[in-house]
Design a protein around this ligand. Structure first.
Ligand code: 7RM
Length: 648
């Protein structure tokens, strides 16, 4: 029988919400959270209907949920428009002239769009789409940098009922071609180029490459962003700014069925071709609106900054749709965090008086590595709340974030969710739930999460197992685009009528969730199953370590041996004695069983564009193989080359 994942790392620090924060918060005590969560689980449809009534519906729903496992329909019979909810809804009162989007380009340009201006721009661009024969239900690829036009293009699609699929600006022509073919897109919205670390990414050129040969694409709309030379294919390509000359700003929001598809977002599985995760309109809106409101505890005067690229699900739900649905001011930044210098984020926070910062552990570890001096140069006193997403955050990185960025005064919301879940699922509520460094804490309202063994039985406290969700939730994926069998098999076959997340986790005695990493990455050392996060967190707690990845490699005696890849803080010398010290350090913190067989120093770790460590590749390197399988989501190929020739 398959054994449970063991847990060895002890973390006992607890941080209660400050009384001053709790006093003003939407949910202000643990007791209130527990009561609301209990009620939301007893009567989920009642809870979600109440949340949905805060939004604008053109036609009311007849039934909150229709659940024919594994297919869910939410707010059946209801009609609404997402763009109307993000824009028109705010134009009646004082939000009309409030900043909807504050944007900064990497070279330093600044733009502010009020809700009224954004509404006008979206209406005009929606008319451009119509002019170019893009209709309700058509699939549209959006391949843009993180610029306001990305949000405008997404909202314009939503306004007319076209289905968008945003492709990361960092992806290649091949990735674009695959996605076009998979969803049968008929149009691409792109830019001439975008900026990344001072260089121009040739977006339009990549699109041209992707469209060579046979394609379903009939129209390419090009926004002029970087001014680089581009080829314009007559009859196929048009300029965004030229098209605007032919349209007005009158474009009523189309009443769409609640289950009308909103977007497809491709996510790489660990093997095989990327999956097109399909999200629909009504439930998704309710999910992201509700979580934006409660998790970020949004107040009217917040300046909210989620640093994600729009090409990632976090960019969809928490840069664009969530904050705009909630009427917040959302800040967008186009470029890299270390351009021109490693203090770009802190510069932006100081300049715009950002009050909420939502970023990824990978970024936090990079800041730690670059050194506190870059932070200390800036006044970050406007911050009142911090968030993380994307990976387990190592407790020591969490502590650094709290102290150095949050000044010890800001709560941290460590939010667990996935492209598939659409919205945040396990998270602290900042005024209510005491936090523990490294734990995503407790489930959001209406979320019934559990950790189970191979048979689907809930495991006792502090025993590791698989993380599942036991009932449908409004923002859940509806299918893998064009592949219902794969949807069933991937998510719903392992535990009957339960959603399997693919993650390993444990709950502590307080019921807090600790995500230990992807199940596929779990190590098996002499019969002990170890999650990757604990070994990595033990390494990151060493003062000279910036980042670490733990993987298994075949071992005759133990089944698997532990190999760790470690990047050091700036200025630390990689020496053989440090390797020995790190092995001992892990032994002390976790136990002899987790002591690495080999420590390898690396200049950088291979990551996806959204910053997740690609352990699958490291595993192949650790066992001396050449890297096979899908590497299209890899951010920087030179990292792989350097790892192959493991340096001292
Ligand atoms: C939003 C996003 C999903 C996977 C997920 C986890 C990991 C995300 C956390 C986390 C620990 C977190 N979507 N993950 N957030 N692990 N703590 N707070 O990341 O589809 O790109 O990835 O990311 O493994 O399954 S995603």
């Amino acid at each position: 029988m398959e054994k449970n994942i063991e847990s060895h790392l002890k973390e006992t620090r607890v941080f209660k919400p400050a009384r001053s924060f709790a006093a003003k918060a939407l949910v202000g005590s643990l007791q209130q959270y527990r009561r609301m969560h209990r009620d939301s689980i007893r009567q989920p449809e009642k809870f979600w209907a109440r949340e949905a009534r805060e939004l604008t519906w053109q036609k009311p729903w007849k039934k909150v949920l229709e659940w024919k496992p594994p297919f869910a329909k939410w707010f059946v019979g209801g009609k609404l428009n997402l763009a109307e909810n993000c824009l028109d809804r705010h134009l009646q009162g004082p939000r009309r002239n409030k900043a909807a989007i504050i944007w900064e380009g990497e070279p330093g340009e600044k733009r502010v769009l009020t809700y009224q201006q954004l509404h006008r721009d979206v209406c005009r661009f929606a008319n451009v789409l119509k002019r170019n024969k893009i209709r309700k239900g058509d699939r549209v690829i959006i391949y843009l940098p993180t610029i306001p036009e990305a949000a405008i293009a997404m909202l314009a699609c939503a306004r007319i009922g076209a289905v968008h699929s945003v492709v990361f600006g960092g992806f290649s022509a091949d990735s674009i071609r695959d996605r076009i073919a998979d969803c049968g897109a008929t149009a691409v919205i792109t830019a001439d180029g975008g900026y990344r670390r001072g260089a121009i990414v040739p977006l339009k050129h990549n699109v041209d490459e992707a469209l060579k040969g046979e394609t379903t694409i009939k129209r390419v709309i090009v926004f002029r962003r970087a001014g680089n030379d581009v080829h314009i294919e007559q009859g196929r390509d048009v300029w965004w700014h030229r098209e605007l000359e032919y349209v007005d700003a009158h474009c009523p929001p189309v009443a769409l069925a609640s289950e009308h598809p909103l977007y497809i977002l491709y996510t790489s599985g660990s093997t095989g071709k990327p999956k097109g995760i399909l999200h629909t309109t009504g439930g998704y809106l309710v999910g992201i609106h509700s979580t934006s409101k409660y998790v970020f505890d949004l107040r009217e005067d917040d300046i909210y900054w989620c640093t994600a690229d729009v090409g990632w699900v976090t960019g969809h739900s928490y840069v664009v749709y969530g904050p705009l649905a909630a009427g917040a001011t959302t800040l967008m930044y186009e470029g890299a965090p270390n351009w021109p210098e490693p203090d770009r984020f802190w510069r932006i926070i100081e300049e715009y008086a950002v009050s909420i910062l939502y970023t990824a552990p990978t970024a936090i570890r990079a800041f730690i590595r670059w050194g506190d001096q870059w932070v200390k140069k800036h006044d970050l006193s406007s911050l009142r709340l911090l968030g993380t997403v994307g990976e387990p955050i190592n407790p020591e990185a969490w502590m650094w974030y709290r102290k150095t960025i949050g000044g010890g005064r800001c709560p941290i919301v460590d939010t667990w969710w996935q492209t598939e879940t659409g919205a945040i699922m396990i998270t602290p509520l900042p005024g209510a739930i005491p936090t523990k460094p490294g734990s995503a804490t407790l489930p959001f309202f209406g979320v019934d999460a559990a950790v189970v063994d191979a048979k689907g039985k809930e495991v006792p406290p502090n025993v590791g197992g698989k993380l599942i969700i036991r009932r449908p939730w409004p923002a859940m994926l509806r299918s893998i685009y064009g592949d219902k069998p794969r949807y069933k098999k991937q998510y719903w076959s392992e535990f009957k009528n339960n959603y399997f997340t693919g993650d390993g986790a444990r709950r502590d005695k307080d019921g807090y969730f600790w995500i230990v990493g992807r199940i596929d990455d779990v190590l098996n050392v002499a019969g002990h199953r170890l999650g990757t996060s604990e070994i990595e967190s033990a390494l990151v707690s060493h003062p000279q370590v910036a980042e670490a990845a733990a993987v298994g490699r075949p071992d005759e005696l133990k089944g698997q041996g532990v190999v760790v890849f470690v990047t050091l803080k700036s200025g630390v010398k990689p020496t053989p004695s440090l390797k020995e010290e790190l092995r001992r350090h892990v032994g002390q913190h976790i136990g002899a069983i987790a002591k690495p067989d080999e420590v390898r120093f690396a200049e950088a770790l291979p990551k996806t564009r959204s910053g997740k460590i690609m352990r699958r590749l490291l595993k192949e390197i650790a066992s001396g193989k050449t890297v096979t399988g899908d590497t299209t989501t890899l951010e920087d190929f030179s990292v792989l080359a350097k790892l192959g020739s493991a340096e001292e």
